[in-house]
Design a protein around this ligand. Structure first.
Ligand code: HEC
Length: 112
C-alpha cells in the first residue's frame, strides 16, 4: 500500500514534469516559432492549403486569399467559425496566437 502511494506520487510528478516541459519543447523545437509569418505559413500549408491553393495565392475549393480586401476581424472570424457547408471551423483547433500567425501569413502574400 505504501509502495502504491509512492508509485502514484512518482507517476503524478512525472506527469507534471511532462506537462511543464512539453510546451517549452514545442517552442524551441519549431525553429521559426518567433516568426509569425513563417509560423502561419506552416499552419496554412498543413490545414488550409488543400482548399486555398498554392498557399492561398490561387483559388481552389476555397477562394484566393492573396490580396484580400477583407479586414482582420472578418478573416479571424472566418478562420474561427468557418462557413457551414463550405469551410471547416478552426476555432477549436488553433489558439488565438496561431490564428494571428495565419493572418500574418495571409497578409504577407503578394496582392496580385
Ligand atoms: C474544405 C476546404 C477549406 C479549408 C480546409 C479551408 N477553407 Fe477557407 N474557405 C473555403 C471556402 C469554400 C471558402 C468560401 C466561403 C464562402 O462562401 O464565403 C473559404 C473562405 C475563407 C476565407 C474568407 C475569404 C473571403 O474573402 O471571403 C478565409 C480568410 C479563409 N477561408 C481562410 C482559411 C484558412 C486560414 C484556412 C485554414 C486554417 C482555411 N480557410 C481552410 C474552404 C476551405
Amino acid at each position: 500500500m505504501a509502495d502504491m502511494t509512492l508509485f502514484s506520487r512518482a507517476a503524478a510528478l512525472a506527469l507534471l514534469l511532462a506537462a511543464a516541459t512539453l510546451p517549452a519543447r514545442a517552442e524551441t523545437g519549431a525553429a521559426p516559432a518567433n516568426d509569425p509569418t513563417k509560423n502561419g505559413e506552416i499552419l496554412f500549408a498543413t490545414s488550409c492549403g488543400w482548399c486555398h491553393s498554392d498557399g492561398g495565392r490561387e483559388a481552389g475549393k476555397g477562394p484566393k486569399l492573396a490580396g484580400t480586401t477583407r479586414d482582420d476581424a472578418f478573416i479571424i472570424n472566418r478562420i474561427k467559425n468557418g462557413k457551414p457547408g463550405a469551410m471547416p471551423a478552426w476555432g477549436k483547433v488553433f489558439d488565438d496566437a496561431q490564428i494571428e500567425n495565419i493572418l500574418h501569413y495571409i497578409r504577407s502574400l503578394p496582392s496580385k
